[in-house]
Ligand binder design. Structure first.
Ligand SMILES: [Zn+2]
Ligand SMILES: [Zn+2]
Length: 396
């Protein structure tokens, strides 16, 4: 592993900062303390700071030389509404809030890179440091784009990094195309007519209809889309009624749809609407579908993904670079940035949990788990990687 000596030298400082962020998690669009801290650090290192994009977003710009080329490096800053189970010294001091996705680590790694880049300036062009709010379901990336992120700070390419538990420390993962799925949620309300449960013929039973619809929906994934197109449809909520002897007026079915391609999402939404409406109609009921596409699929640009993988190979060796990881059905709002600019999203291995010591709750060390903790060994590695990526992209 080819870590930058200077970055290793100030690891303790970045680690203290990461643990401070971990102890003070803030939910989406409430990252005020975090954003103040990021802005103060950037300013102290002589970096131009711009605030207010996406509310609590922060952009730092480091310019050097005369080239107009520029690269965007993005970290997310928000935490999750989870009660932390860890009891170590830097555990969350905010009840019900926790950095369970490692965004504290992402912020710290990018700050580490910023410190070095501002100090040494080993490039010709501009490095745009993007600290975004609200990755966890708030589409903070899109909010920053709406606020003029790429008009005010043009980026020839943009890159995002996420820690990945289960992948070894020192390994990096890339994909030349889809890496994370689109996130879509649906709610189907079936309107029937309440009745005495012993006299169902006097009403229209929405529970019976909802069950027919639920069965039909799975047929979309197995029968209507091309087998080669990946998609999952999970019904996660089924709600109706309050008594054993009453047919209720309505029933609710809700859940999630994940795909890697908008055309597949289009097909699924269209069929869901037909199945819901026509099944309800067949039984004398009425159904409404609300289909909300909150994140598009995260699709890397092949050229930038290959470039980013080449840089990783220089840092950790080709053996530790996975150039075509199996995509996951999780979703990520960096997808919006990849729709606006060429670029790539990548994973940095967070290890198998060996860094977990006294004070950790029950395992496993998975993202969104109340016992999760970012592996601080990634701090110098992630910071080194960001530096090398910027250096190579903006080579003199
Ligand atoms: Zn997350
Ligand atoms: Zn995350």
């Amino acid at each position: 592993m080819q870590l930058i000596d200077r970055v290793v030298q100030f690891r303790a400082d970045i680690e203290a900062l990461r643990r401070d962020l971990h102890a003070h998690p803030e939910l989406r669009y409430e990252e005020h303390r975090t954003s103040d801290l990021v802005a103060a650090r950037l300013a102290a290192w002589g970096i131009d700071v711009h605030r207010g994009l996406g509310g609590t977003g922060v952009v730092g710009v480091i310019r050097n030389g005369s080239s107009r080329r520029s690269i965007g490096l993005r970290a997310d800053m928000d935490a999750l509404p989870i009660q932390e189970a860890n009891t170590f010294g830097h555990a969350s001091t905010h009840p019900g809030k926790m950095h369970a996705c490692g965004h504290d680590g992402h912020t710290a790694m990018l700050l580490g890179a910023a410190k070095y880049l501002a100090e040494v300036r080993p490039f010709d062009g501009s490095v745009v440091l993007i600290f975004q709010p609200a990755e966890e379901g708030g589409a903070g990336a899109q909010k920053m784009i709406d606020d003029g992120l790429f008009e005010r700070f043009p980026c020839d390419a943009v890159f995002g990094m996420h820690n990945w538990p289960g992948m070894k420390v020192g390994q990096f993962g890339f994909a030349p195309g889809p890496m994370m799925a689109s996130g879509n949620q649906f709610h189907i309300t079936v309107h029937g007519k309440g009745a005495h449960a012993a006299m169902p013929h006097l009403g229209v039973d929405p529970v019976f209809v909802a069950i027919q619809i639920a069965q039909g929906l799975q047929g979309i994934v197995t029968r209507a889309k091309k087998p080669i197109d990946a998609a999952v449809l999970s019904i996660t909520m089924l709600k109706a009624g309050d008594a054993t002897n009453v047919v209720p007026d309505s029933a609710l079915l809700a859940g999630t749809v994940r795909t890697f391609d908008d055309r597949v999402t289009d097909l699924i939404e269209e069929r869901m609407l037909s199945i819901a409406q026509l099944t309800a109609q067949a039984h004398g009921a009425r159904a409404e579908l609300a289909f909300d596409r909150y994140y598009p699929p995260t699709v890397n640009h092949a050229e930038q993904s290959a470039f980013a993988a080449d840089v990783a190979a220089e840092v950790v060796g080709e053996d530790n670079v996975m150039r075509a990881v199996e995509p996951t059905m999780g979703a990520e709002d960096f997808s919006f940035m990849l729709r606006a600019r060429p670029g790539a999203y990548l994973w940095i291995g967070n290890g198998d949990g060996a860094h977990r010591s006294a004070g950790h709750g029950l395992g496993p060390c998975m993202l969104h788990n109340p016992s999760y903790d970012f592996n601080d060994d990634l701090l110098p590695l992630g910071a080194t990687y960001w530096v090398r990526l910027a250096e190579r992209f903006l080579a003199r």
